[in-house]
Design a protein around this ligand. Structure first.
Ligand SMILES: Nc1nc2c(c(=O)[nH]1)N[C@H]1C(S)=C(S)[C@@H](COP(=O)(O)OP(=O)(O)OC[C@H]3O[C@@H](n4cnc5c(N)ncnc54)[C@H](O)[C@@H]3O)O[C@H]1N2
Ligand code: MOO
Length: 394
């Protein structure tokens, strides 16, 4: 059994990017950037108003003294002339400050009478002007390679004012759920010895959220020749084939044997972790094959620990970007751990992390509370409430 860090090290060393492609902004969300996005010009390009009001020359403006409104500046249509002392320009948020003006007074402080405007005593102290380049300067790095373009990054990326972005090719993922007992949700209740298949839905959701394209999802029964055929089909169309269940040592555990005729070479065969010891990773026909244990909690923990880093590396990200361990305070005592590194499912409550009550590797409902994984080293001593632990968002 390989220790957790060593398994991650192998993924880090062996998984490399699948290439890059250029996409328009409409298709960039969720993708990982391969080339930096640097600003094409300053933002704002010129000084702009930060409020709706009046652009004035501060030194020539006094409360109670009327100014003449000589025009208006709107976002998209600035005012082209210059202000002289005694002038004001009606201005809107985001509009260029007219030449000569240096302050915007909010309209709430203005009394307008025809062409004249008078400001009340208390219009200070805000100047409400965004200077040129106050957001960023031409050439500034707005988004770095390796960044996943999430909602906030999309704003910074588009602000660079480039028509297209270079992103890594999305890994195509195929998922095979194995087990004679598995039936599609909505049908399992019809057979006493069946259960609703749940794991592949969770794994597919995690893969999609990690930037992969889930191209196939299949359920298969424990029939080795049929599984061998299915493995071949999936290997021909996917970059990563994930097989759930059948990872243990029983006679009907076919997850590894089904890939044997396709030249399976193991990267690791088992990990010294709890839950999820039977997790394995291999290569066949130049593709990645990840075997997840069938127990639902084990499957989701091992997918979080190994699938997310694998997909990150295939998209040119560092593993640290997805497996970012946080030092967090513990709200309840943890017992000693056994000989395997242990990942305890926990929820974040007001006093810190609280282990969820049901730590069974077969649990499904408990996943609803388990927002964090607490990492405990092998043979770790009792950890008391108030102490810090290393945790990963689950
Ligand atoms: N003698 C031993 N038995 C077991 C060992 C061992 O070392 N020696 N390891 C245990 C561990 S740890 C795990 S984890 C499980 C892993 O077993 P498999 O990967 O072979 O999984 P299955 O037996 O197929 O299923 C286990 C459990 O999970 C349910 N399951 C499976 N797939 C799904 C799915 N897609 N959706 C919902 N539920 C699923 C299945 O019905 C079983 O209840 O092995 C231990 N045994
Ligand atoms: O993964 Mo088994 O312990 O991980 O049930």
């Amino acid at each position: 059994m390989i220790p957790f860090d060593e398994a991650i090290g192998l993924i880090n060393d062996q998984a490399t990017t699948l290439g890059e492609e250029v996409v328009p902004f409409e298709r960039a969300a969720g993708r990982v950037l391969t080339r930096a996005l640097d600003a094409r010009r300053d933002a704002p390009f010129s000084a702009v108003a930060a409020m709706d009001g009046y652009a004035v020359i501060d030194s020539a403006t006094r409360p109670g003294e009327a100014l003449r409104v000589i025009g208006q500046s709107a976002a998209g249509t600035g005012f082209t002339d210059a202000l002289k002392p005694g002038d004001a320009v009606r201005i809107f948020t985001g509009a260029p400050m007219p030449q000569g003006s240096d302050r915007c007074i909010m309209q709430e402080y203005a009394e307008r009478n025809g062409d004249l405007v008078v400001f009340k005593e208390d219009y200070g102290p805000g100047w409400h002007v965004r200077p040129p380049g106050s957001d960023f300067r031409k050439g500034d790095r707005l988004v770095s390679p390796g960044t996943r373009l999430g909602a906030r990054a999309m704003v910074a990326a588009a602000a660079a004012d480039l028509a297209t972005v270079s992103v890594s090719v999305q890994p195509r993922v195929a998922i095979i759920g194995t087990g004679d007992e598995l039936m599609v949700p909505g049908t399992a209740y019809t057979r006493a010895d069946a259960i609703a298949e749940s794991v592949t839905y969770g794994v597919a959701a995690m893969a999609a959220a990690s930037g992969a394209e889930v191209i196939e999802r299949a359920l298969a029964s424990d029939d080795l020749p049929a599984l061998e055929d299915l493995a071949g089909t999936m290997l021909s169309c996917a970059d990563v084939v994930i097989v759930t269940g059948g990872a243990s040592v029983g006679e009907r555990d076919f997850a590894k044997p089904m890939f044997a005729p396709h030249g399976l070479e193991l990267v690791f065969a088992k990990a010294a972790i709890k839950p999820g010891k039977p997790v394995w990773l291999g290569r066949a026909k130049g593709k990645w094959v990840l075997g997840l244990p069938g127990n639902p909690t084990s499957a989701m923990v091992t997918a979080r620990l190994f699938l997310m880093p694998l997909l990150a590396r295939l998209q040119g990200q560092s593993i640290a970007e997805v497996n970012c361990w946080r030092k967090m305070v513990l709200a309840e005592e943890l017992p000693t751990t056994g000989g395997r590194e242990t990942f305890i499912r926990a929820s974040w409550e007001k006093d810190g992390l609280v282990p969820v009550t049901n730590q069974d590797s077969g649990a499904q409902r408990a996943l609803m509370q388990a927002d964090w994984l607490i990492r405990r080293l092998p043979n770790a001593p009792v950890c008391r409430a108030g102490e810090h632990v290393s945790a990963l968002a689950f």
